[in-house]
Design a protein around this ligand. Structure first.
Ligand code: ATP
Ligand code: MG
Length: 788
């Protein structure tokens, strides 16, 4: 019936047209990357409005990010005009908020409910755990929240969770869940996961509401379906009104549900499922045909994004995952350029390579900087790229992440250092006074401020004489005294001209800042630990090589002509951080701006030129996934996502040495590199060449790359100082010497098995598998771990 020459079907292949024009039963479009799934979804919306005369208000389209939603809406408006405006194109969360604002009074909330973000939720959970008098060592707010989130993603409310608790541990978690929900309700607030769970429960419990939305949304379309979790899946079922586990059919009859099921189309690619850690369930896509027995499936096999070389490479990598449906993805774009590979000395060399290569592409190949994307596995890796781009004046933007020096934990750490150097820096001092929480609350802070005012001294002076402060509680006084003692001890290191990296590590340890993050189960806190490791690496480089890069002369450092003190370090950071504030593109034209982002953020996007960096085992695939088959497969899907973003040119790179916690780590090549067909990669520089050209022998895992003389000169004082500080700070606990296979016990994670150990002595970092708690990477010097 559909005219094949309809303008909305132009530029579509046969199966794509079939998907756009399909009517009736649920439709699954499964296809590899770049085969036009998102394009088909967008066109279908336009088709529904234009050709099938669907009212735009009867369309609900779900995308994974708000940005993707905005783009899709714009695209549909281009196709069918402004009338498309009233349709709902949004994420799961935003759609639920809209539904709940209208309906939530049914379940006893007021429609002006607040939405708690992660920080709010954590604050609330902390209170709950305190009320329940649960041992804070065993029951960390983030760990409990993570568990609660899993429950909610599975649609288990507190009552269900309590019923299903299998041991005293889970019982305690379940009771925390119950109290947490009670407090949320009292506050008329919902957390993020509640938004979806509450909507589903509401639709299940009230047939008339459900009916209302089913009548309204005659068309439901979902992009990136492979990343939906169970709660989101159920929401779709509720809204569409057909499923294998149709809830309350009798109720529905009573409510006079006459309206037939809505038309559902979902598009996705099981090979791109990268959110299992948030409960996404790949089975949602694999089982679609079972769940919706009358469903049709359309496969798309032609890729329109990439060259054959890029596609072959991506297919070859993903082919190593087990239990997947093989796909035949082809393109008629031709082979195109070969993939370029580069083995760098270290992360700076890698960043320099990327930057120089971009310059060449711009000069010789007509590439615009905006055509280029640089991908990495973790946020912290953006820092070296940012620094090179700042130095060379190349505008860039970091997508989906905060710029390195603006990150909260980095600013906190720098605030500590600033106030150590300059106690008059009241802003920095007050920023860290109760960070992490050490029982110096707002009231206590106000008492000290009043004392400083009365005696006309600095805030720091007042802190040192806190006993004189009127109205200060004894408990606060004790906490302030402990804080002052800690600061003074570290100050003596500064006076002794200790290296910035050593001071910084000391600060992170003594302040309790690091251990709080390390004990947390929140993935965000793991990221924060990585960022702090990165900052320590920055400080170490500065100490060893004040002008990072191949040009620095160790002789200058030795001769003392280059300053390496803490003050100098802060000055340098301040300058970089300030340059960081330069807006991306002064004239609003983005064509000169290179894009930096993590692989997770890159989903759904495409760029003519892609640099996939940090391809090292332990970086990507991530340390946590080594030795865990399902996690490793998820990393491989992430690699597939990364590779398939490239349209014309693809670069892969790795570093022989990468800094982490001030100790260089030597990671082997990523296994994903080995999975690329050899003949497709043009290695500009290999590891063999790299060592032949006179680089240090990097085979010894514990080689320190510092300047020996420099280290020697400082060795005595710093070692003595460290011993001194350690003796004062806490009972000396030897760093356990561990080997893979050893059994250990951790204060909060319980029993575990060592998977790997990197670095030596104080720098040693162990990856330990704590079973259901996951694999943790812990700096043994700080981690409360004991060998069994
Ligand atoms: P991903 O899995 O990465 O999300 P996708 O399957 O959603 O990819 P799209 O982003 O929709 O793929 O399409 C990839 C590219 O191919 C886009 O630039 C799109 O405009 C183009 N494209 C899709 N179909 C066609 C077609 N029939 N003719 C020409 N170009 C097409
Ligand atoms: Mg897409």
């Amino acid at each position: 019936q559909a005219a094949t020459d309809h303008p909305l079907l132009e530029g579509l292949n046969e199966p794509q047209r079939a998907a756009v024009t399909h009517a009736g039963a649920p439709l699954l479009v499964v296809a590899g990357a770049g085969s036009g799934k998102t394009r088909v979804l967008t066109r279908r919306i336009a088709w529904l409005i234009d050709e099938r005369k669907a009212h735009p208000g009867s369309i609900l389209a779900i995308t994974f990010t708000n940005k993707a939603a905005a783009e899709m809406k714009e695209r549909v408006e281009d196709l069918v005009g402004r009338r498309a405006r009233i349709m709902w194109v949004s994420t799961f969360h935003s759609s639920c908020v809209r539904i709940l604002r209208k309906e939530i009074d049914r379940v006893g909330f007021k429609s002006n409910f607040s939405i708690y973000d992660a920080a709010d939720s954590k604050r609330l959970m902390t209170l709950v755990l305190r009320d329940l008098e649960l041992d804070p060592k065993r029951y960390q707010p983030n760990a409990v929240l993570h568990w609660v989130s899993d429950q909610k993603n599975e649609l288990r409310d507190a009552e269900d969770a309590a019923k299903e608790a299998r041991n005293s541990f889970e019982e305690a978690y379940a009771s925390a869940y119950t109290h947490y929900q009670r407090r949320l309700r009292e506050a008329n607030a919902l957390d993020f996961d509640d938004l979806i769970m509450t909507t589903v429960h509401l639709l299940q419990a009230f047939p008339d509401v459900r009916e209302n939305y089913r009548r309204r949304f005659r068309h439901v379309l979902v992009d990136e379906y492979q990343d939906t979790n169970h709660a989101q899946y159920s929401l779709i079922q509720q809204l569409c009104g057909q499923s294998f586990e149709e809830t309350g059919t009798a109720d529905a009859e009573e409510a006079g549900e006459r309206v037939g099921p809505s038309e559902l189309m979902v598009v996705g690619d099981a090979d791109q499922s990268i959110y299992a850690f948030r409960g996404a369930d790949i089975r949602n896509i694999l089982d679609f045909e079972q769940d919706f027995p009358d469903a049709s499936t359309i496969l798309l096999e032609q890729n329109y994004r990439s060259t054959q070389t890029i596609l072959t490479a991506a297919n070859s990598v993903i082919g190593n995952n087990r239990g997947r449906k093989p796909k035949r993805l082809w393109t008629d774009a031709g082979d195109g350029e070969r993939i370029v590979g580069y083995v760098s000395d270290d992360e700076h060399d890698e960043a320099r390579f990327v930057s120089e290569e971009i310059d060449k592409l711009v000069d010789d190949a007509g590439v615009r900087p905006a055509d280029v994307a640089v991908f990495y596995r973790t946020n912290a890796q953006s820092r070296v790229f940012e620094e090179v781009f700042i130095r060379t004046g190349q505008p860039y933007k970091v997508v989906g992440g905060v710029r390195f020096y603006e990150r909260r934990e980095v600013r906190d750490a720098l605030a500590y250092l600033r106030m150590l150097v300059n106690t008059a820096d009241e802003i920095s001092l007050r920023r860290v006074l109760n960070t992490p929480k050490r029982g110096i609350g707002d009231r206590a802070e106000a008492c000290i401020a009043a004392l400083a005012e009365r005696d006309r001294t600095t805030f720091w002076e007042a802190l040192t004489r806190a006993a004189d402060a009127p109205g200060l509680a004894t408990r606060s006084l004790k906490n302030i005294e402990a804080f002052v003692a800690m600061v003074q001890e570290i100050q003596s290191m500064v006076e002794a001209d200790e290296r910035p990296d050593v001071i910084l590590e000391s600060v992170l340890e003594r302040s309790g800042y690091l251990s709080e993050l390390e004990a947390s189960d929140d993935p965000q806190d793991a990221t924060r630990v990585e960022n702090l490791a990165e900052l320590v690496a920055v400080a170490r480089e500065f100490a060893e090589d004040p002008q990072p890069g191949p040009s620095a002369d160790p002789a200058d450092i030795e001769a003392g002509t280059v300053a390496v003190g803490l003050g100098d370090f802060l000055e340098r950071v301040a300058l970089v951080a300030d340059a960081d504030q330069i807006p991306d593109s002064p004239d609003g034209d983005d064509s000169g701006v290179v894009t930096l982002m993590t692989l997770h953020t890159a989903k759904g996007l495409e760029f003519p030129v892609v640099f996939l960096t940090g391809l090292e085992d332990g970086v990507f695939p991530h340390q946590r996934s080594l030795g865990d088959q399902p996690e490793l497969e998820e990393e491989r899907r992430l690699a597939y996502v990364g590779l398939t973003r490239a349209q014309q040119r693809l670069y892969v790179s790795r570093a022989l040495v990468r800094s982490a916690w001030g100790a260089p780590s030597h990671n082997p090549a990523s296994r994903f590199l080995d999975e690329l067909p050899v003949d497709l990669v043009d290695w500009r520089r290999t590891a063999v060449e790299q060592t032949r050209w006179g680089r240090p022998d990097l085979t010894g895992g514990s080689t320190r790359l510092g300047t020996p003389t420099d280290a020697g000169r400082r060795n005595f004082s710093s070692a003595a100082m460290r011993a001194d500080v350690a003796a004062k700070s806490k009972p000396a606990r030897p760093i356990p010497s561990l080997e893979p296979g050893d059994r250990v016990v951790h204060d909060s994670f319980g029993m575990g098995t060592v998977v790997a150990v990197d670095g030596v002595a104080e720098k040693s970092v162990a990856s330990i598998d704590f079973g259901s708690e996951g694999v943790k990477r812990l700096l043994l010097r700080y981690a409360p771990v004991e060998k069994l």
